[in-house]
Design a protein around this ligand. Structure first.
Ligand SMILES: Nc1ncnc2c1ncn2[C@@H]1O[C@H](COP(=O)(O)OP(=O)(O)OP(=O)(O)O)[C@@H](O)[C@H]1O
Ligand SMILES: [Mg+2]
Length: 349
């Protein structure tokens, strides 16, 4: 009559009461041979059994299930939830209750996974942070101690040590500024001031500001021949300067002696402009490519070539471009070179 496996308590009570009432009324009919008595007997037995069974089920089984639901929903039941417990839960089949509990468990597992991930992230962040701070602070301590121990008598050594101390203080300041900037970007505190500007002009300004670094490695910085006709983008000029500053200084830092850095500009779909900065330097191992935009991430070769970087530059670039609703990507081959590309909104007509 009912699919037993998937029955609600009400259906179970009805079925059991029916099964109990039928043989008794049949026996009465067989003994007394009166239909009226048999029907009355059926109604009475059915009614009483139904009441008793449903009360028992409600008391002993569904009260426990109610407890499970209270646990699942954690908070104190509101009036609406109380109604839900009272009238709706008893209508659910055990199988449906099972599904609810399984969903809850899966949901909880997801939450736990997220917490574990955040915990690991926090742990790695603190570890990286202390590592980045440790190196310059210990170096400064070393120089100051040596000077205090008597080296200060020799003006030549004093000058050298103070210069190195100053370099390390500069590194700490750079690190603190980057951290401050990243925290502000993540909190969404930095507002963008978008204006139209010619991207080639900004690239030339950035090249000029990095000229001495490029000269020191005899690197030529240029704009690709067919990318020279002015392209106007619509973005926060100073923030994009920061992106270009990091990409160009990376290209010089990790570029090869006597090599070149080339900027290319492409119109993609009329709405976006693609800007690429390419170098012919050491490149990035394929396995490291997915991680270069992570905070503090630096490749082995990167670390050995440049002692002052913090590995925050690209993370800041990514944040700035995401704030513009744009993207940044990288292509690279070891010992061949690297291309970083990012998109910007084309100036609206
Ligand atoms: N053009 C490039 N060629 C080769 N490796 C690169 C290049 N750009 C970035 N990398 C690698 O990616 C890492 C992360 O770059 P990012 O700009 O975030 O940090 P950084 O340059 O080391 O330090 P910071 O920019 O904070 O001074 C670098 O340390 C380097 O290992
Ligand atoms: Mg950098």
């Amino acid at each position: 009559m009912f699919p037993l496996r998937n029955s609600t308590p009400r259906q179970i009570s009805l079925l059991t009461a029916f099964l109990l009432a039928i043989p008794e009324s049949l026996i009465l009919w067989w003994v007394e041979k009166r239909w009226g008595w048999a029907i009355i007997c059926f109604v009475v037995v059915f009614g009483i059994s139904y009441l008793l069974i449903s009360i028992m089920l409600e008391r002993f089984v569904y009260r426990q299930i109610k407890l499970i639901y209270k646990f699942i929903y954690k908070t104190k039941a509101t009036r609406k939830e109380e109604t839900y417990y009272k009238y709706l839960i008893p209508k659910k089949t055990i199988e449906e209750v099972g599904v609810d509990v399984e969903n809850w468990a899966a949901e909880n597992e997801k939450e736990l996974e997220l917490l574990r991930h955040n915990e690991q992230f926090r742990h790695e962040f603190l570890q990286n942070l202390s590592h980045e701070f440790k190196t310059p602070v210990f170096a400064i301590q070393g120089y100051v101690d040596t000077l205090l121990d008597g080296a200060v008598q020799d003006p030549e050594t004093t000058k050298r040590f103070l210069e190195r101390t100053s370099k390390n203080v500069e590194r700490l300041t750079h690190l603190l500024n980057d951290l401050d900037q990243i925290a502000k970007l993540e909190r969404g505190e930095i507002l963008l001031t978008k204006d139209p500007f010619v991207i080639q002009e900004l690239i030339r300004e950035v090249y000029d500001s990095r000229q001495s670094k490029a000269d020191a490695k005899e690197i030529r910085c240029q704009i690709k021949k067919d990318s020279e006709s002015p392209v106007t983008v619509f973005a926060d000029r100073e923030k994009i300067r920061q992106v270009l500053n990091n990409l160009v200084s990376n290209a010089i830092k990790y570029g090869k002696q006597g090599g070149e850095v080339v900027a290319s500009i492409y119109r993609t779909d009329g709405k976006r402009i693609l800007i690429e900065i390419t170098d012919d330097g050491v490149g990035i191992p394929e396995s490291d490519l997915p991680r270069v935009f992570e905070r503090f991430f630096r490749t082995e070769v990167g670390r050995s070539m440049d002692l002052t970087g913090s590995g925050l530059g690209l993370a800041i670039c990514k944040h700035i471009l995401e704030a513009h609703a744009q993207t940044i990507h990288v292509r690279s081959t070891e010992q061949v070179g690297t291309t970083f590309g990012f998109t910007l909104e084309a100036k609206p007509d």
